[in-house]
Design a protein. Structure first.
Length: 336
């Protein structure tokens, strides 16, 4: 699953008996009031279990949250300052006592605050999904994946919430302002249930209290004219000033990892493709968006790479950097 969070070899870990086995319920306390009485190493272990699990679901991103608080630490967390769950940045911040959050940049995943029994039963009616306790006794957070179109933030009764695009929930191992630890009572790591937006809204219809808010991204396009999702072109994505031209081809140093010779990268505007001689990889506009935004490395840009959850991560990156519409881009690629 990629890079994981290590436990640092803490001896106290012998007191924490939970283990993630792919589809298990992790419970390490019998009393909800015991959510505060765990060691730092136990808290890190809870976070580690969740992080290892979430590496399989890249559309759910991780953010830094202020210690003992619910406020995101970095201003641009909705645009550029969100990371893969396995990021070293998340790891190091947790070790320093910070909290972390789960956010849903594409709105193709959601976290549901279960603040009462009615909301909890509605969520459970959709199936057995990933779930963990929050900082308030008797409250939980459920994770779902969305099949067809983005879900925004939807207020529910009694302070509960569906948190989608533009929203976030504290992640397991975080410390609530009251001192309780998320995931310390109940951490159910099973694959998130996949539902359509209409299925979700139908189940929660009796409990919706306000209008859905599909948050607008706070980042600005890097170009004067926003890109058109229906006609993405390499010409709009790559600055070839200083490159050598031969017909429709432009050759120069790789814009991301550079070049010792200054000629390891070529982009063909007529074919709408690019190629890296160092790695023997390339692709079209979507692959370039993935490489240039760090979704995956240049060496990984091979045919068929962008599919499944990774597809939605690239769409999120396209929106974050170039203000492209999730919906229009998905439709243009024939997936909606």
């Amino acid at each position: 699953m990629g890079q994981t969070l290590s436990n640092g070899g803490h001896s106290e870990m012998k007191n924490f008996t939970a283990s993630y086995k792919g589809s298990s319920i992790i419970t390490n306390k019998n009393n909800e009031n015991e959510g505060k009485n765990i060691s730092t190493s136990e808290r890190i272990e809870i976070a580690r279990e969740a992080i290892n699990f979430l590496t399989a679901y890249p559309r759910i991103r991780a953010i830094l949250v202020s210690p003992h608080d619910k406020i995101p630490f970095e201003h641009a967390w909705q645009s550029s300052c969100n990371y893969p769950a396995s990021s070293e940045k998340i790891h190091n911040y947790l070790l320093k006592g910070g909290n972390w959050g789960l956010m849903h940049p594409a709105g193709m995943s959601i976290g549901i605050d279960e603040d009462n029994e009615k909301i909890r039963n509605a969520a459970l009616s959709l199936g057995d999904t990933a779930r963990f306790n929050t900082g308030t006794p008797g409250h939980f957070c459920d994770l779902f994946l969305i099949k067809d179109e983005p879900v925004g933030n939807i207020p529910l009764i009694d302070g509960a919430y569906i948190r989608g695009k533009g929203g976030q929930n504290l992640g397991p191992g975080s410390i609530h302002p009251n001192g309780n630890i998320y995931g310390s009572i109940y951490l159910h790591l099973v694959p998130p249930v996949v539902v359509t937006k209409s299925e979700l809204l139908e189940v929660f219809k009796p409990y919706i209290k306000g209008k859905e808010k599909l948050s607008k991204n706070d980042s600005k396009p890097e170009y004067k004219q926003p890109l058109n999702p229906y006609s993405l072109t390499m010409k709009d994505l790559i600055n070839v000033s200083g490159f050598k031209q031969s017909g429709s081809k432009y050759q120069g140093p790789h814009p991301i990892h550079g070049s010792a010779t200054g000629n390891n990268f070529v982009v063909d505007f007529e074919l709408n493709e690019w190629y890296c001689f160092r790695h023997g990889t390339g692709g079209g506009p979507l692959q370039w968006i993935a490489v240039s935004t760090g979704v995956f490395g240049c060496e990984e840009s091979v045919p068929g790479k962008i599919k499944g959850d990774l597809f939605w991560q690239v769409i999120a990156a396209a929106h974050n950097r170039y203000a492209l519409s999730y919906e229009k881009l998905a439709k243009a690629l024939g997936t909606a």
